[in-house]
Design a binder for this molecule. Structure first.
Ligand code: FE2
Length: 265
């Protein structure tokens, strides 16, 4: 087991050094990422008094990751996904273009102080795919991402609203969801209200798991385990970024269904 795999499976994330293949992809894709930020149809993704552009599926890449003649996504991180995670020949989703600006996060008009505080003090920690539904925001398993791949598109400081992950939280979450879904056919998992178990597991993670901020530069990449608790830290005073802000493209393809989401490595 190479160091990346050991780190990833134990801690729930790993970072890859600069790779010229990924760097070439970033150079080619940057124009499209910038363009997505300015498209009228994408303006709905501006949040928190315009301190975050969520940009979900905003990048115009195809199923290979190709955009603006970049060629398919490639590099050490993609090799890792194929070799260590055993995931290949899946459809790459349209990347999220996540852009943060100084001052993140400002309150949303009308939201409760608790939600504002959770974003500021708990990095809006969440597990992907457990969507809040209805006014009561009851959590249901609806999406089955294989992993979260983060690709920084520009330079920015480490304090510029970094990605945050709680180390080892993927196994805490796996245990919690396995208990929730025991004896239930995977096709029915999405119908279960798992809010209470999810919140309890999240509290357990806050107490027992180390919180780590991940910084990376263009040409580097990081991968978070699909079951890991993660979020985005507030923009620290004095942290700098260029006019593009803290721009990171995230790929979160869905290569399998609910059973594999829970039990795959
Ligand atoms: Fe997420």
């Amino acid at each position: 087991m190479c160091n990346h795999a050991k780190h990833f499976f134990e801690r729930g994330w790993c970072r890859f050094d600069h790779d010229p293949r990924l760097s070439a992809w970033v150079d080619a894709a940057l124009g499209a990422a910038r363009a997505s930020r300015l498209e009228t149809a994408q303006a709905k993704w501006l949040r928190y008094q315009e301190t975050w552009f969520a940009g979900v599926n905003a990048l115009a890449n195809d199923a290979s990751g190709n955009v603006h003649d970049s060629g398919p996504l490639s590099g050490a991180a993609i090799d890792f996904i194929a070799d260590a995670l055993g995931l290949r020949d899946f459809v790459w989703d349209a990347a999220q273009v996540s852009i943060c600006y100084p001052g993140y996060p400002q309150p949303m008009p009308g939201e409760s102080p608790g939600r504002t505080r959770f974003r500021r003090e708990r990095d809006a920690a969440h597990v992907d795919g457990l969507l809040p539904e209805g006014l009561q925001r009851r959590r249901h398993l609806r999406e089955f991402h294989g992993f979260i791949l983060g690709i920084p598109m520009v330079e920015f400081d480490a304090g510029a609203a970094p990605f945050v992950v709680w180390e080892g939280s993927h196994e805490v979450m796996r245990d919690a969801f396995a208990s929730c879904f025991e004896g239930i056919a995977p096709a029915l998992w999405g119908e279960q209200d798992i809010t209470a178990a999810y919140h309890a597991a999240r509290e357990q993670v806050f107490v027992n798991c180390a919180r780590v901020e991940i910084h990376a530069r263009p040409g580097q990449a990081f991968i978070a385990h699909r079951l890991a608790l993660h979020g985005m830290a507030p923009w620290r005073d004095g942290a700098r970024a260029g006019p593009d802000g803290r721009m990171i493209c995230y790929f979160r393809p869905d290569p399998f269904g609910p059973y594999e989401w829970l039990h795959h490595a």
